[in-house]
Design a protein around this ligand. Structure first.
Ligand code: ZN
Length: 391
């Protein structure tokens, strides 16, 4: 009962004890005992003062304890490293962004992100319970090896989960961190999808398809009834290598015209016949190009070219998976905002059910989806069993 209760409060579904009582379908006494225990664990606050000076029975308001424990959430992506501390409730501190280390071999990069996370853990008086990391490549389950880490030329099969665990273990997280600090690692698109499902644009969906172009390439994920569909070995929903133009641009996988190489920031610049400026994150520049589509003809044509290919890919995936919501993130969110009707029309045209069965296509709501998802990963064992939180 503690785990389901904490998950409901964590996802903002039960702001009061009476809402929790209904959601868990238990007696008020049981809900009272459960919330008292979560409060004693330092995870939530229970406020029984009457709201707004009203009269009658006080409604106990439930909230995440702002001084409660945190996890370290990290992300490695094509433009750098990001780390933050995350409490329950999807509450992230402003992330710290660092450039990629000069040497991008796996150990150096995992060490850099582990040490940056440890520095944050040392800077807080809150307990630190885990360190979790989002990676831009597929990560196998359950052994945690990186496959096809094409952007960094890491050897396929690099044991990233083990290497990260070693680097986190070596870093000094200060006196408030659990020892040894549990670690976890997963693919960034999967994690961002989970975060959107719990705290963002995916709330309430039953079959959530998530597609994103964050920095380079394209990732996808599927959340079914609250659980990530990761396939037999963690590698499901690699939508990036769906062919959307057999004569298209070469892809890092060796083929041509993959969604990956046709709808990412590089593809948008190529479609516009422009070269991005060196030294600035490519995603930021691609976003600016999307916004320019409102007034600039060349940008408009490039945006439409990329949207048509994205629509082809989304329709293909939607025909197979029959989602009840599609959430787009990264550059794909900007493309949707630049021409929402066009994207929805392309998807509808190619969908088996046509316009009558159109699936809602919406933009992601979280500013740092992959980091928020890494936080969910770190919190996972404690959401399943809050008594694992040391007091
Ligand atoms: Zn490809």
């Amino acid at each position: 009962m503690l785990g389901p209760a904490l998950s409901l409060i964590h996802t903002g579904q039960t702001p009061t004890r009476s809402a929790l009582t209904r959601a868990l379908d238990v007696t008020r006494a049981t809900a009272g005992a459960v919330t008292a225990e979560l409060e004693a664990l330092g995870l939530i606050t229970v406020d029984s003062r009457p709201a707004g000076g009203g009269r009658g029975r006080p409604s106990h308001r439930l909230a995440i304890d702002p001084q409660g424990p945190v996890v370290v959430a990290g992300q490695i992506h094509a433009d750098g490293l990001s780390v933050t501390l995350a409490g329950l409730g999807g509450l992230l501190d402003p992330p710290v962004h660092l450039p990629l280390p000069a040497a991008t071999d796996p150990v150096r990069m995992l060490r850099a992100v582990a040490q940056a996370g440890a520095e944050l853990a040392r800077s807080t008086s809150r307990r630190c319970l885990a360190a979790a990391l989002a990676l831009p490549n597929p990560v196998t389950e359950p052994d945690g090896t990186a496959l096809a880490a094409l952007h960094f030329a890491w050897p396929s099969g690099t044991p990233v989960a083990d290497l990260y665990d070693v680097e986190v273990g070596r870093a000094d997280h200060g006196p408030n961190a659990v020892r040894p600090l549990p670690t976890a690692i997963a693919n960034d698109a999967n994690l961002a999808a989970l975060a959107e499902y719990r705290h963002g644009a995916g709330r309430g969906a039953r079959h959530l398809l998530f597609v994103t172009s964050g920095h380079r390439g394209v990732g996808g994920a599927l959340v079914i009834d609250g659980h990530l569909h990761t396939g037999s070995a963690g590698l499901a929903l690699e939508v990036g290598h769906l062919t959307v133009d057999p004569q298209g641009r070469p892809c890092v996988c060796g083929n041509r015209g993959c969604l990956n190489s046709e709808t990412d920031p590089d593809a948008l610049f190529a479609a516009a016949g422009l070269t991005p400026e060196p030294g600035r994150p490519l995603l930021d520049q691609a976003r600016e190009l999307c916004w320019a589509a409102a007034t600039d003809e060349r940008a408009r044509a490039a945006v439409e070219h990329v949207i048509d290919r994205l629509g082809l890919g989304l329709a293909g995936v939607a025909n197979i998976l029959n989602p009840d919501r599609v959430v787009l993130s990264g550059l794909h969110l900007d493309l949707l905002e630049a021409a929402p009707d066009r994207l929805r029309a392309v998807v509808a045209e190619r969908s088996l059910w046509g316009r009558s069965g159109r699936v809602p296509i919406v933009g992601a709501e979280l500013a740092h989806g992959a980091l928020a998802g890494a936080a969910e990963l770190g919190w996972g064992p404690y959401l399943a069993d809050p008594q694992a939180v040391p007091v």
